[in-house]
Design a protein around this ligand. Sequence first.
Ligand SMILES: Nc1ncnc2c1ncn2[C@@H]1O[C@H](COP(=O)(O)OP(=O)(O)O)[C@@H](O)[C@H]1O
Ligand SMILES: [Mg+2]
Length: 259
Amino acid sequence: MNDTQRPLIQLSEVTKVFLTDEVETHALGGVHLEVGEGEYVSISGPSGCGKSTLLSILGLLDTPTGGRYELNGTPVESLSAADRAHVRNREIGFIFQAFNLIGDLSVFENVELPLTYRDGIGKAERKQRVVEALERVGMAHRLRHYPAQLSGGQQQRVAVARALVGKPSILLADEPTGNLDSRNGEAVMALLDELHRGGATICMVTHDPRYAEFAERKIHLFDGRVVDEETLNRLRAEEEQRIEEQIASRKPAAADSAP
Ligand SMILES: Nc1ncnc2c1ncn2[C@@H]1O[C@H](COP(=O)(O)OP(=O)(O)O)[C@@H](O)[C@H]1O
Ligand SMILES: [Mg+2]
C-alpha cells in the first residue's frame, strides 16, 4: 500500500481459535494486514494455513477470537449482528471456489438476490443493475438459464456478477479458479484483472503461483501468520529438512521389515 491509498482493511493482531470436541485449533496466530483502496492482493500458502479463515473474517462471515479489524474506518467488533449483515451486504462481494449459486434461482435471480436485501432500490433499478453486472462478465445472454445449465466457467462469471452488483468496496475471492479447468480459470483471472484496472479492490486466495502473479502484492500465510518471501523460503526449507530427517531416521526400520 502506498501513502496515497486510503486503507480499506486494517487488521492488527487478529487471532482465530476454533474449538471442536475440546480440541483447540489456532487457525490464525496474530495477523497484521492493511489493504488500500484499489489494491489487488493475493494470499497464498499451504493447505490448512488459515487462508479461508482469514478471508471469512475479512468478509464478515466469521468473527476473530482476538485482535482488531477496521473495515473502511469502522471497527468491526463494535457492530451488532444486524449491522454486520448490513455492512457485509454493502461493502463486500464474495466469490467462492464452488460458485455457491442457488440452483433453483435463475441467473437473473441469483445476481439480483443481494439487491433484494437493500432498501430503496426499486424493481426497475434492480433490473438495470443486474443486466449491467451480467454484461460486465459477458453473461447477459443467459439471464433465464439456471446454474445447472451452465458450464463451471460460466457459473463462476455469474458468481462474479453477483459479487459486483451491489458495488461493494472490496471483492474477496477464495480459490476462484479451484474448480475450473485452466482455460476457464484464466478467463476468470482475466476478468478479475480487468475489474482491478477499473478500480476494484481485490483480495484473492490462491495456491497457484501463476495466478498469484496477477496481483500487485503477494501475501504468504504460514501456520496462521503473514510472512514475507524470505521467511517463507526459510520455513519451507526447514520443513523439508525435518521431513527428510524423519524419512532418514525411519529407513533402517523399513529395511528390516522389508521382505
Ligand atoms: N469451522 C472450523 N472448525 C474447526 N476447525 C476449523 C474450522 N475451519 C477451519 N478450521 C481449521 O483451521 C485451520 C485453517 O483452515 P482454513 O482457513 O480452511 O485453511 P486453508 O483455507 O488455508 O486451507 C485448519 O487447521 C482447519 O482444519
Ligand atoms: Mg481454504
